[in-house]
Design a protein around this ligand. Sequence first.
Ligand SMILES: Cc1ncc(COP(=O)(O)O)c(C=O)c1O
Length: 416
Amino acid sequence: MNAFEQFESNVRYYCRRWPVVFATSHGSTIFDEDSKAYLDFFAGAGVLSYGHNNPVLVEVALSHLRSGKLLHSLDTFTVEKREFLTTFEDLILEPRDMDMVVQTVGPTGATAVEAALQLAQRLTGKRAVLGFAGGYHGMSYRAASVSASMEGRETVAHIGDFVALPFVKQMTNDDLDLLDRTLRAGVDGQKIGAILLEATQGEGGARAFDPAYLAALRTKATELGIMVIADEVQAGVGRTGAFFSFEGSGLDPDIVCLSKAISGLGLPMAINLIRRDLDTWNAGEFTGTFRGNNLAFATSTKMLQTYWSDNLFEQDTKYKGIIVREALQTIANTYEELDFTVNGNGLLCGLNVKNTELADRVTRAAFDRQLIVETCGAGDQVVKLLPPLTTTDDELREGLQRLSDAFAEVCVASVA
Ligand SMILES: Cc1ncc(COP(=O)(O)O)c(C=O)c1O
């Protein structure tokens, strides 16, 4: 029995899918302790959008560590936080005409969601939440209770003041009627104070909402005095091309949750963006010991300066997203009788193979070819591709070839 099986809880998961011991990494490649190289199209569930050990960001981190600068600071003023706040304002918020302030929270996506829900409840006096099928917002008690994708996991408590509507790929009048009726009806006698959604869902199947629906949802929420919370934990920070996955949709959220890729280097960090006029928190009303990770502020600032000073990186991600979706479409066409469908926005892509076992076998066959991919979506039926945004064209094509070979192995056997 190895050390992991002997000493680690049974809850361990990804190691069962990829049963090797990882040792080093750079860019889009991870090496195991025998120096075997794996192309990583999982990227730490979206944390490593800027690649493993991005050299520019590693340099910033090393010089920070060597210089005796603060590492931990709660929410006191620090040089690194000032740099981060001003850079974020100058490069991200101001150019997008977003008049929002930054709340630093404990370093997980779930914490950001918790804070957003508490603020929305405080602002509206209404505690029920509307979400969407496939939505995933984290494993803390409240975040899990508003994650429709958690249904069926008997260990997750549903608090009972949450309702989920179906995902909307292409809006119809029925979708609008249902939204209106649900928002007015509330949940179990509780009025709805917040709509929580991922404009492009990650765990729900790498799928983007119809922008027209997001705009209509915004209008309806404003009419009824309901807060709109955009969970950009997975789809944000450039994953879909644009910095925010809701950009251009008219969603215009009141609160935005960011985590995962925001530090650039994979360090723990989460923030919420709050519309300035809604920032009614009292001092210290929401706290958290690890709100001030200065190493993460420093690498985040550098990531923003390096990749978000112009729109070239955004265009490159969109272009790479097209390459990935074309490759997925080719696979779908090859096995037409299996009726696969392509999902995706930017480099958050997936192939819905509509069969849990098939999706699982494909990810295992990919791993045999030294390609790391995961599944997501209802019943884990979507083979999901989440490569670092810094993946080179050659690496992207190589990974897609390995995926295609994995499908060939599994599907030929299935069709035969
Ligand atoms: C959209 C979204 N929100 C929230 C979370 C939870 O983040 P964390 O695991 O850091 O709590 C995740 C994690 O996958 C996510 O994808």
